[in-house]
Design a protein around this ligand. Sequence first.
Ligand SMILES: [Ca+2]
Ligand SMILES: [Ca+2]
Length: 251
Amino acid sequence: MQLPSLFILMLGLALVGASTPEPCNCGEKVSVCSLAAGVPGIPGHHGLPGNEGKPGAKGEQGEQGLRGTQGIPGKAGPSGPKGNQGEKGQKGDSGGSELELLRAQINDLQAQMEVLHGTTSLTQKVILGHIFPHFVSVGLKIFVSKGAEGSYENSKAACSHLGGQMASPRNAEENNALSKIAAKLGKHIYLGMNDMETEGAFLHLNGERMQYSNWAPGEPNSEIEDCIEMYTNGKWNDKICSENRLIVCEL
Ligand SMILES: [Ca+2]
Ligand SMILES: [Ca+2]
């Protein structure tokens, strides 16, 4: 029996003993007992908390937990078997695109060199042009003269010696520029073209067929006149080559 319960029981018995009247016989004792049982006792005090109970039964299994984080990658596996040989590829080109690019770059460089060379030549021409008392420039060409005269062959040799050639206008602009020297000095000029090889077929000194001409009316008019002279007005006349004419060179 627990201690609080024993305490309550002893307290009840003490109360019963205190209220017991004078001893009596069995007959009376019954009545006394009846009287003692009929009086309710005083409620006891609230007992102290009991001892801790035994552990309960094992609970049921809980629900599945949440998925965990990804683990560290495992080690690399062993090498697989050797694969079959692939199909033969198509034949490649010989680097055509790169070759074309290289060629384009070379062409570009050559073009730049030609421009540079032309600039240098023009500078040289300007310097040479200022050496002569008579000169006129037109485009990239300069006509120069010292005022001397000579036959066709003399003129040809003199101009070649200068590194140029006899004046040979190839268009109206050049012809007009050259005529200024003729007009200024009042003299006729031998041109570089002639028809010595074939009558009537005038050629330039480099053998090219003459395309531009500025013949005076009625000219050319003679089979024996294989050279060309320019009048002071810029018009042309076929002329024998042995006369003396103003020597004008083009550079
Ligand atoms: Ca002729
Ligand atoms: Ca003539």
